[in-house]
Design a protein around this ligand. Structure first.
Ligand code: GLN
Length: 543
């Protein structure tokens, strides 16, 4: 008999940016350390089909999955916490739901009917969740609902949850509300009114929370939590405290110490074995024991939002942590390098450089200046995707003397298109979901640094790009110090410069598969070289 799945919905109230993705991941970890099979899903109530067409400044990084999904930034948290690869079907957006219902309507599947939000849209939402359930047969489905309670956009989803709550046995469905409990400094006490208002809005949608998790800068005391319980109609023991912690990996244990896992188990009738905390505890103590700081410079465009490079930042931290270091990021506005070439000397102050991915030509000449400076001055550098492509451009221009070499993305009329559009991309005009996306196998050339870092010839990494290295230039690079080190058929996947402390570029995005327990090899290589650079920089200061 198929087991009955348990549905846990995680909703957010009062404000966005509370870390719902982290809490969902932590809740997943809490259940994973107690041997539960999980499927995570995220509902994003926007009309885009996926996050691929959104600006990372507005929405944070686009997270790429093995199956080529361009998903919401929270999927990165899920994978990093849980080590389970996610798939594109797990990110459900309003756009997908309406698209599918409208296609069905055109096919005549609702012939004779008026197609409406209730029941057609809500049925489609429930169907998508049931499909995930059928595909994975998990013990527990954790479903994060994006946005905050009361948003117009999320109402069909709330209605779908209400219907599921009505139809499923009580022990098969649970709603958790993550709320913000402000602590205005001039009053010096926590205020519960915003939470009360959110819960009453939720009630007007026919739902009420089973569990409330209180986010605040500082601990929300028992008296305040009891007040929330009283006004929001949940038991006292179902209101949990979640202040800012030193690291997000402390969240699972912090919630478990308040017995959230036991509460969920009782309420959902789950038989949970005792937790295995070793992995998490080991990680948390490593994080807390880390005091040495490395500076990694990021010449980039999206300097104003840390979320736009979150997987890159995390992968740097994972790599550094294994050596007991922490990374401090220094964002470098490349447009300033373009205005004043000498300003690139700020790179003397960093221990390593990470040139991230990107699109369009703004700031690229500045990035090329940074790459040149790193190459000539032995500063460790890792270039990812666009970073890899610009490293090829820089070398072509300044070492191979191919004047005005460029990527055709930046200059269509360059005399030396060392980077150009992939053949398959030439006839594509739609922008959504049409890049080379997801995981591809890569063959690494032996006796190269990258091969040594991965300790194998065959790897799989994720991609998100339209342009590639132009194979008609291979010969020009052949006898130079720039080695092409990884391939997918004839497509170049990685390069390195011989004789440099660390100068590596990858067309793929290794950061998407990095976890604190499994740091990504190219990032590990950068960090190892940056630690050496840091020691050298410090010695130089003292002579
Ligand atoms: N814009 C480049 C391309 O499309 C690089 C993409 C990226 O950095 N993700 O190929």
């Amino acid at each position: 008999m198929p087991k009955s799945p348990k549905y846990v919905f995680i909703l957010g109230s009062v404000i966005s940016g509370l870390g719902k993705g982290i809490v969902t991941s932590a809740l997943g970890k809490l259940l994973q350390v107690r041997e539960q099979n999980l499927v995570l899903a995220k509902i994003d109530p926007y009309l885009n089909i996926d996050a691929g067409t959104m600006n990372p400044i507005e929405h944070g990084e686009v997270f790429v999955t093995d199956d080529g999904g361009e998903l919401d930034v929270d999927f990165g948290h899920y994978e990093r916490f849980l080590g389970i690869p996610m798939t594109k079907r797990q990110n459900i957006t309003t756009g997908q739901i309406y698209y599918s219902v409208i296609q069905k309507e055109r096919k005549g599947e609702f012939l004779g009917k008026t197609v409406q939000v209730v029941p057609h849209i809500t049925n489609e939402i429930i169907l998508r969740l049931k499909e995930l359930e059928a595909t994975f047969s998990p013990d527990v489905m954790l479903i994060e609902v994006g946005g905050t309670i009361g948003d117009i956009e999320s109402q069909p989803f709330m209605e779908a949850i209400r219907q599921m709550k009505r139809d499923l046995p009580r022990e098969n469905i649970l709603t958790i509300l993550l709320t913000y409990v402000p602590f205005p400094p001039h009053i010096s006490e926590h205020k519960t009114k915003p939470t009360q208002h959110s819960v009453s809005t939720l009630r007007s949608l026919g739902l009420s929370p089973d569990v409330i998790v209180c986010r605040s800068e500082i601990s929300v005391d028992k008296k305040t939590r009891d007040k929330i319980a009283f006004f929001c109609d949940v038991p006292d023991y179902a209101v949990y405290d979640l202040p800012d912690l030193n690291s997000v990996f402390e969240v699972p244990r912090f919630l478990s110490d308040q017995s959230l896992d036991d509460f969920v188990a009782n309420r959902l009738n789950l038989d949970l074995p005792p937790p295995h905390w070793e992995e998490i505890e080991d990680l948390v103590s490593k994080i807390n024991a880390t005091h040495k700081k490395l500076t990694i410079g990021i010449p980039g465009k999206y300097t104003d939002l840390i979320d736009s490079y979150i997987s890159v930042n995390e992968a740097l931290q994972h790599a550094a942590l294994q050596y007991g270091w922490e990374v401090e990021l220094k964002h470098l506005a490349t447009e300033e390098f373009e205005e004043d070439e000498n300003s690139v000397r700020v790179l003397d102050e960093v221990d390593g450089i990470l040139v991230p991915g990107g699109f369009g030509d703004r700031g690229t000449e500045g990035k090329i200046l940074a790459i040149k400076y790193a190459r000539e001055n032995g500063i460790p550098l890792l270039g990812i995707c666009l970073g890899f492509q610009l490293a090829i451009v820089e070398f072509a221009r300044h070492v191979l003397n191919l004047e005005n070499a460029n990527s055709t993305e930046m200059n269509e009329n360059t005399p030396h298109p060392v980077i150009w559009l992939q053949e398959e991309q030439k006839h594509i005009s739609d922008k959504g979901g049409t890049m080379r996306l997801g995981s591809y196998p890569i063959e690494l050339i032996e006796d190269t640094l990258i091969h040594q870092l991965y300790s194998t010839s065959s790897i799989n990494e994720r991609h998100r790009h339209r342009y590639e290295m132009n194979s008609s230039y291979f010969d020009k690079f052949k006898n130079s110090s720039l080695k092409l080190t990884g391939f997918y058929n004839k497509l170049v996947e990685s390069m390195e410069i011989e004789g440099h402390p660390y100068f590596v570029g990858t067309q793929f995005h290794p950061e998407f598969k990095s976890t604190p327990w499994n740091p990504s090899p190219p990032y590990t290589g950068l960090i190892k070289a940056a630690i050496k650079q840091n020691e050298k920089n410090r010695e130089e200061k003292y002579v």
